[in-house]
Each structure stands twice: as structure tokens, then as C-alpha cells.
Design a protein around this ligand. Structure first.
Ligand code: NI
Length: 136
């Protein structure tokens, strides 16, 4: 078994706030991310797939193919968008890094598992210092 990772980046706006809580409570729980007038993050997404090397190509997967799958199904839908408003797969969810990582897994796994490889993990950095990992 061998693992390979493709990194993609996107910029997106969001706000973390529960509508059923007061602004005070949201600020207490979510800090700056509860700012009512939105703010942005520069996200870094690491998609790791695993499998066996194709003896003919020497590749696990063609990274051009993986890049395309990630871009068409995820990056094009979130880049320069508002995660709370513009992104259909985040509609009914709080726009936390945790929820976003799980949503990205749910979108990508079937596309990737159609190939000879399997999705191993989604690693999503919201900032340089904070990231989430999801293994399904
Ligand atoms: Ni934030």
C-alpha cells in the first residue's frame, strides 16, 4: 500500500454563528469567526489516496486526474465563495472546518473509489496553525 497526496488551495468567506443564539453567545463560543459581517480564510486542502502502484505506469494514480476531480467537484464550488450562502453542500451546516472536511470527503470518496485507488484522508487547514483530518 502506498499513499499520495494532492494539495489544493481556496479562499472563502464564512461566519460561525448559530441563529438560535444571541450575538454575545456566538462571540463567546466562536470568537472572531462569529463576526456578523463575515471574514475570509485561505484554506489548504490535502487529499490523500492509497492503493497499489500500477506496474505499467509506476503511478498510484495520475495526479492530473486527481487534481481535476478535486477542482471540478470541490474547489470550483468553494473558491471565492461564501460558505454559508453560496455552497449547496454546506447549506444546512455550520461552516466549521470540521463540517467542511467531512462534506469534502463525502463528495470525493465515490469519485476516487471509482479508480484503482481509495480515498484515505482529507486534511483541511483553515489557518497555518489549525487543521482538521478526516478518515471517513
Ligand atoms: Ni473563521
Amino acid at each position: 500500500m502506498i499513499y499520495i497526496t494532492r494539495r489544493e488551495s481556496f479562499n472563502a468567506a464564512h461566519k460561525l454563528a448559530r441563529p438560535d443564539w444571541s450575538q454575545e453567545k456566538n462571540t463567546e463560543v466562536y470568537g472572531k469567526c462569529a463576526n456578523p459581517n463575515w471574514h475570509g480564510h485561505n484554506y489548504n486542502l490535502y487529499v490523500t489516496v492509497k492503493g497499489e502502484i500500477n506496474p505499467e505506469t509506476g503511478f498510484l494514480v495520475d495526479l492530473k486526474w486527481l487534481k481535476q476531480i478535486i477542482n471540478v467537484n470541490v474547489i470550483d464550488k468553494v473558491d471565492h465563495k461564501n460558505l454559508n450562502i453560496d455552497v449547496d453542500f454546506m447549506n444546512d451546516k455550520l461552516a466549521s472546518t470540521e463540517n467542511l472536511a467531512i462534506a469534502i470527503w463525502d463528495i470525493l470518496w465515490s469519485h476516487i473509489n471509482e479508480s484503482d485507488a481509495q480515498l484515505h484522508s482529507i486534511k483541511l487547514y483553515e489557518t497555518e496553525n489549525n487543521f482538521v483530518e478526516y478518515f471517513g
